[in-house]
Design a protein around this ligand. Sequence first.
Ligand SMILES: Cc1ncc(COP(=O)(O)O)c(C=O)c1O
Length: 382
Amino acid sequence: MNSHTKLPSIPFIDVAAQRRRLGSAIDAAVARVFNHCQFILGPEVKAFEAELSAFCGAKHVVTCASGTDALVLALRAMGIGPGDAVLCPSFTFCATAEVVALVGATPVFVDVDAATFNIDPNGIAGAVAAAKRAGLKPKAIIPVDLFGLSADHGAIGAAAQAEGLLVLDDAAQGFGATYNNRRLGTFGHATATSFFPAKPLGCYGDGGAVMTDDDEIADALKSLRVHGQGSDKYNNVRIGLASRLDTVQAAILIEKLKIFPDEIDARNKVARRYNEKLADVAIVPSCPADSTSIWAQYTIRVEGGRRDAVAAALKSEGIPTAIYYPIPVHRQQAYTQYPVGKGGVAVSERLASEVISLPMHAYLDVATQDRIIDATRRALRK
Ligand SMILES: Cc1ncc(COP(=O)(O)O)c(C=O)c1O
C-alpha cells in the first residue's frame, strides 16, 4: 500500500463546483420561471436562443430536448430519410450514428485521424463510393468535434462540396471551440449541440440546440420540435416530435453562458499544464494550428496494452478515469450491419484500445492537477 491511497477520491467532472460559483444566480433564475409558469417555450427559451446566437455567430438557434433530438431534428429538417447514406465517424458516441438510423437512413462509417481523433477528410470519397456500391444515395456527413476539438471543417467542407453532401456538425462535445477563429455553430449547413449536464455548457437535465444560417432549415426545425406544426399547433404540416428545451433549463443556461468563456479559458489552462507535464510519458492531445478545443475530455493514448493497468493504478490513488470509447460504433451489436468506407476504420479500432481520459473541468485547482499528473506519471512508468 502506498501513501496516496489515503487521499480522498476526486470527481471526474465537478458539476458541484460550478454550482457553488453560480449560487443564488441559478436559484433566482429558476424562481423567475416558477413565478411566471410558462414552462414550455417561455421567454427564457427565446432569450437563451438569442444569446447563443450572439455567442457563436449563427443566424438561427433552435433549442430542443436533447443533443440526440437536435441531430434528429436537423437531419429531418435537411430532408434525410430512407435510401440516403450519411457519413459519420465510428470513433464517437453512438448517438452520432444512431440518429441516422432513427430517421431511416444508413450510417456509413469513416475513419478518424489518430492525432485529432476527428473524422479524416481523406476518407470521405471512399465512404461515398461504399455508399453508392450499397445502392444508397450519399446525402450528408456528420463530422464530430470529438472531446471538444474542432474538426477540420475547411477540408470537410471542401470534400463535402465536391461530393454534393450536406454537412451537419455534431458539436455536442465541442460547442464553444473555434475553427479559423470562428466558433462552432457556423460551419456546414447546421450544427447540433447537447446541454447534457457533463458537457462543457450543460444544464441541469437534458437539453440541446441546432444552429444554422439557413432560413428554411430553421423554419423546419421550429415546426418539427412542436409536432410538425404549421400556422398553429393544431395545423400539422409535417410529422414532428415533442422536443422543446424546458424553460427552467433555458433560465439555468442563460446564467451558465455568462461564465462559459471564462470556463473555456480555465479548461485550456488545465489542458496546457497536463500536456506540458505528461508529454514525455504518454501521447498527449494536440490542437492543429487552425483549431481550438474546449477540452470536454482530456484524453491521452497509452500504447502496448497497458491501459487497464494505468486505470487501475490511478483508481488505487483515488483518481477516476474514463474510456471514451472502448468499442467503436461500427463494432457495436446494433451497428454491425452498416457499411464502412473504403480503406476501413483501423485508426478507430486502435484508438478504442489506447485512449484513456483524465479528470477535466474548469475548477481543477493546481494542487489537484499536480496530484493527477504525479499519479499518472507513476502509473505510466510502472
Ligand atoms: C458526440 C455526441 N453526439 C451526440 C450526443 C447526444 O447528446 P444528448 O446526450 O444530449 O442526447 C452526445 C452526448 O453524449 C455526444 O457526445
